[in-house]
Design a protein around this ligand. Sequence first.
Ligand SMILES: [Zn+2]
Length: 61
Amino acid sequence: MQEAWLQLQCPGCSVSWEERVSDLPAPETQFACDDCGTERSLSEFMRTARDLEVLQEFTEA
Ligand SMILES: [Zn+2]
């Protein structure tokens, strides 16, 4: 699969950033925001439905 960059956005403080899909764990993994410490499943940090889709496809493959 091609290297893709995903847009992430914190549901707590709204900071946004990008990560390579290959650097991310599965969508249900607990993930903490570096900025505010909000802990949610990684799927809730995906900025758009498309970003979540790409993450799911990548981690299921
Ligand atoms: Zn945050």
